[in-house]
Design a protein around this ligand. Sequence first.
Ligand code: GLU
Length: 307
Amino acid sequence: MKLRKTAAVAAMAAALALTATACGGKEGSAGDAGKAPGGKDAPAAPKYTVAKDAKVDGSPAFKAAKTRGKLVIGAKADQPYLGFEDQATKKRSGFDIEIATMIAADLGFSPEQIEWKTVNSDLRETTIAQGQVDYYVGTYSINDKRKKQVGFAGPYYKAGADLLVRKDENSITGKEAVKGKKVCSIKGSTPLQEIKKPEYGAEVVELGKYSDCVQQLLSKQVDAVTTDDSILKGYAAQNPTNLKVVGKPFTTELYGIGVSKDDKALRTAINDSITKHVKDGTYKKIYDSTLGLSGSTYAEPPAVENY
Ligand code: GLU
């Protein structure tokens, strides 16, 4: 009992340290994901030109945003290098945050005109469908089931489900080695659905957000965490002494930007923004200043899908 408690306390401390170090960046610029692993200063995220007379004819979300003078963007808050909120400063950073800010600029909204709303995986479809956000950028895989409830711009990034384990773990070498192991994943996520398939034989633990799974991994309540490699690499980069990613992705996760299902005009405007900034190099600069720091190599994103 005593031992368990100590482990839990240690895990809490580790989780807190993670929160503290994830945001060591300078104040003021939107893109600080903190220091690059290895101590180098992170390159700064690009500045975005805010469009003066942006119009998205026929988009109900754009019209509502114009009227209120603010864009409401859904995001994650506990994914270092992707979608992270510093609890002390309330500042957001990461790849998804930058992509969302870049799109906002093309729609005519400055960073000051963005209101962020944290939405975890299990509430994305309802939040978007109910119009509580104008769009959502948060490691959100495009799939047909979700397309019944929401629309997707993109894809803007390709990830794949992988496994995060403790540094001293040698038996979990890939998806074929999780039989009988306790594997944590997140409600409402595609990797959870995947790992629950009987063929894996894993004992699955379902929690509400990824940082909770990581905490359970550190305190040895679970043996692995599964989700997209992009997310897991971020946690490993924050805590390389205790965590590692197995490195054998076993699904394809194409990240899209969630919009209201019938808002084709907004979907097209977002697609145009992505395509433009992949071409002009802004996308690569964003990547290098955020996700690239967690050890993923750069790859050009797949072409957007206009449907
Ligand atoms: N990309 C996966 C999904 O959309 C996992 C990451 C997440 O939960 O955000 O379900």
